[in-house]
Design a protein around this ligand. Structure first.
Ligand SMILES: [Zn+2]
Length: 216
């Protein structure tokens, strides 16, 4: 494979600095992580968006959280069709092999993937309807969430509601994986829905009792 470039200096420098300070000061911690294997208690599914800094929000150390990121933090329904299912594979590994105690879906404000779904459903993003659009076919997952939006409200209000619907749809889809539903019903796995407001640095969680997102 000849189409690859060297690591640019600014990244190489950051790495060397991390190794000199953060790593070498506690290299025994990393050695133990390898000797004992990983035992994360949480899996987090978040958006790829660079502004959602999952490990910073939860002050997580190396080895503490099993993290999967995709466009709009969506989970597809269980589809056993021998296709390439990256998100489902990550969920399968976390639940069946690592046996995490909690699976958290983390949506966020100003989500471009969610906005794409909104525009696609409003008929103003024809490019996303094309069969060759990977983004379009991925955010199809969120269409049931769009169908639940109230007719009233500004575009911004409805976008925020759709971001939160993304979390709910993903939690619903998680329960279509039979081994995951079994783990939840046996009390071995908790599902948690979160949404973060990036500009305000705030976190809300989905309360099934109140059927609403409430501040943490
Ligand atoms: Zn996003």
């Amino acid at each position: 494979m000849k189409h690859a470039s060297p690591l640019p200096n600014h990244l190489a420098e950051r790495y060397r600095s991390w190794r000199r300070h953060a790593f070498l000061n506690r290299s025994h911690y990393y050695e133990a992580l390898v000797a004992e294997g990983q035992h994360p208690r949480e899996m987090i599914i978040s958006c790829c968006d660079s502004r959602v800094h999952v490990t910073q929000i939860f002050q997580a150390d190396t080895g503490e959280m099993f993290i999967h990121r995709n466009v709009a933090a969506l989970v597809p329904p269980c589809e056993a069709n021998d296709q390439h299912h990256g998100t489902s594979a990550a969920v399968e590994y976390a639940v069946r092999v690592l046996k995490v105690e909690r699976l958290i879906v983390l949506g966020h404000s100003s989500c471009g993937g969610v906005e794409g779904c909104y525009d696609m459903c409003e008929g103003s993003a024809p490019d996303l309807l094309e069969s060759g659009s990977f983004i379009g076919r991925w955010i199809d997952i969120l269409k049931p969430g769009y169908d639940r939006l109230p007719a009233a409200g500004s575009r911004q209000e409805r976008l925020t509601l759709l971001e939160k619907q993304g979390v709910i749809v993903s939690l619903e889809n998680l329960m279509t994986f039979p081994w995951l539903a079994e783990a939840v019903e046996a009390g071995n796995l908790q599902l948690i829905g979160l949404w973060t407001d990036i500009a305000a640095g705030k976190l809300e969680w989905w309360s099934p009792r109140e059927q609403a997102f409430v501040p943490v």
